[in-house]
Design a protein around this ligand. Sequence first.
Ligand code: NAD
Ligand code: MN
Length: 477
Amino acid sequence: MTFEYAPAPESTSIVDIRPSYGLFIDGEFRDSIDGDTIKTINPATEEVLSEVVAAGPRDVAAAVEAARRAYQTVWGTMPGTERAKYLYRIARIIQERSRELAVLETIDNGKPIRESRDVDLPLVAAHFFYYAGWADKLSYAGFGPHPRPLGVAAQVIPWNFPLLMLAWKIAPALACGNTVVLKPAETTPLTALVFAEICQQADLPPGVVNIITGAGETGRHLVEHPDVDKIAFTGSTEVGRQIARAAAGTRKRLTLELGGKAANIVFDDAPLDQAVEGIVNGIFFNQGHVCCAGSRLLVQESIHDELLTALKRRISLLRLGDPLDKNTDIGAINSAAQLERIRALSEIGELEGAERWSAPCPLPDRGFWFPPTVFTGVSQAHRIAREEIFGPVLSVLTFRTPEEAVAKANNTPYGLSAGIWTEKGSRILWMADRLRAGVVWANTFNKFDPSSPFGGYKESGYGREGGRHGLEAYLAV
Ligand code: NAD
Ligand code: MN
């Protein structure tokens, strides 16, 4: 049975997108000194939304200089109780402006409004509240009696959770007394620029937060700037490697979060309907543009056919289309380049002999779209079982014993997350002990909380974000 829904688009009247933006340096929006411009588009319509600066090396230097000055004169010496007040204020303004921010995030990124409204924005505010609470308690965080900040943090973030990644980076850095220069991704700069306005609204001292837009070159200038004390990067393994190379032999501290190829493991005693929901959430949340996505389904052989039938039935009910529609489950792919990567790897999956199935849903004429897709008959050697697709594509493998499940789950260069579905608590613990993954979810998937540390093993990167652990990356310990 299929249901017909009337369109239920969220109004965009709450957002006010300017035709162009400057750089946010030293508390004000400035024209670029030596930059270029880039256009950001709505990936669901291909409509140009605005023009932002692609900051040049002198722009980057001005931002780092402002951050250094603010660190030395005001933020680095301010008592934690005072820093906390600013962070609480920012958190409250984010809550007040959350509908505006959610709509803008959806327009610039392509993710469904249901997710930006109900997941991204509440978590963004929660991160600022959580780290505001630490700002005056750092002496009790387990890093010695008077842990000191590092100084100026260069932060480069990706496009999949633009504002949430900003919160993961900026909230702990400021709580610990560092100042920041943050570069959002080139396809999703707009919510970071509204965040700059929020810093002004909160009367944050100039230079404590600087937002410079641009693409990879701007990011490279930022992380390679000699007056940066700390680099925090989330993005591709390839760029992470380049940054690690550039930072080697310098005094700069580095944390990297670089994606994954998580196993979502379903045993024959799992509650199947719940598991189906968890698998769908694991790989189709945010169009699969999720570093910890459950992109490899490992299913116990005896329930393979039953589970796949139920899964395909469920996937066929997902609604793909206008990200602003409140009934939409699957939004747009973030960029033409990302769509191309997803298509290319999916074609390779077929060429290598896996069987492809896509949900029978019509795709809009304009914009970047990819239907929810499942590959069965996948072997461990297939590229779709090894490489991050970063799209709505699930690769299904089978196993017979828990030992085999562990061996297959760990057979990846990554190690960011994993999921286990079983009724037996003892088996969950046995598996969790053996899985080489930073986060292991049991009978759920993609659950996030600011108090819970997040990070990877192996090529997923190093360092932890979130929780008490996340403070360590911004303190001289
Ligand atoms: P990317 O690594 O190129 O971009 C991430 C961020 O790094 C962006 O802000 C970008 O401007 C910046 N950047 C690019 N080159 C840089 C450099 N040399 N120095 C400093 N900063 C630089 O990622 P992408 O091209 O957008 O996506 C490619 C693949 O990366 C995706 O298909 C996916 O597999 C993976 N990815 C992972 C995550 C994650 O959350 N871990 C996020 C985005 C993409
Ligand atoms: Mn965009």
